[in-house]
Design a protein around this ligand. Structure first.
Ligand code: HEC
Ligand code: HEC
Length: 203
């Protein structure tokens, strides 16, 4: 009796908390991700450094990015636009659940950039009031899934650097409160190269 009552309560609470579509299902998402594998790899670990690894990104972060690519305002990309145009909210939720469940592969940092990159990542750039990346992206680069701060460890340095340049130019403007634009605006190309190389090799 008690058990049944409790189950009823949980179901009711879940229904209330649920958005118009249901939470993502990773197995269904894998089936729907066929078209993505050409660029992002079968398990979300892309081979080419211009295509981001999706494995290990937080589910909520992935959902946010896919909705933004579909809207095409604050984040646009000619390769991604046709990929998301026909995805439903449920497709996005399922695909995000799939990639969030995969483990990210390793990358390596370039040796001569590690020292400078680590200093920026852990301590920021004092002269130009750039805050430390570690504060949001975490000591091991795992990000903060609940806050939608993306995991950066093991990501391709070339992709990460391209994103910082897009934040700097304002081409990418989907960062809440201009968090990333305010940082990238104050960074030189050399600082971007160093810190993204470090992130790629961070674990
Ligand atoms: C033709 C190649 C191509 C295909 C196919 C493709 N993508 Fe992408 N994807 C890209 C590129 C290039 C970017 C980087 C865009 C940018 O610079 O913002 C990207 C970025 C992303 C990002 C952002 C990752 C991050 O770290 O913020 C997500 C999420 C994503 N793609 C998901 C998908 C999904 C899901 C599919 C399949 C429905 C897909 N992509 C198919 C090329 C592709
Ligand atoms: C105050 C929190 C905060 C700090 C500090 C911060 N970031 Fe970010 N970063 C974010 C958020 C939030 C996003 C994702 C924005 C979005 O698309 O929703 C992001 C995204 C990124 C991306 C794009 C990742 C991807 O997968 O597309 C890069 C690269 C990045 N940050 C680099 C850095 C670097 C380098 C530093 C330090 C110099 C730094 N960040 C400091 C919050 C932060």
């Amino acid at each position: 009796m008690k058990r049944i009552a409790l189950t009823g309560l949980i179901v009711a609470a879940t229904c209330l908390a649920m958005p118009a579509w249901s939470a993502g299902d990773a197995a269904t998402g894998q089936q729907k991700s066929g078209i993505c594998t050409a660029c992002h790899g079968a398990d979300g670990n892309s081979a080419a450094p211009t295509f981001p690894k999706l494995a290990g990104l937080g589910e909520a972060y992935l959902v946010k990015q896919l909705h933004e690519f579909r809207r095409g305002e604050t984040r646009k990309d000619p390769s991604m636009a046709p990929m998301v145009a026909n995805l439903s909210d449920q497709d996005i939720a399922d695909i995000a659940a799939f990639y969030a469940s995969r483990e990210r592969s390793f990358s390596v940092a370039s040796e001569e950039l590690v020292e400078r990159g680590e200093a920026i990542y852990r301590g920021g750039i004092s002269g130009s009031s750039v805050g430390a990346c570690i504060g949001c992206h975490g000591p091991r680069g795992a990000g903060n899934p609940a806050a939608k701060f993306p995991a950066v460890s093991g990501q391709h340095a070339q992709y990460l650097a391209a994103q910082l340049m897009k934040f700097r130019s304002g081409e990418r403007s989907n960062d809440p409160n201009r968090m990333m634009r305010n940082i990238a605006n104050r960074m030189t190309d050399a600082e971007i190269q160093a810190v993204t190389s470090y992130m790629a090799g961070l674990y």
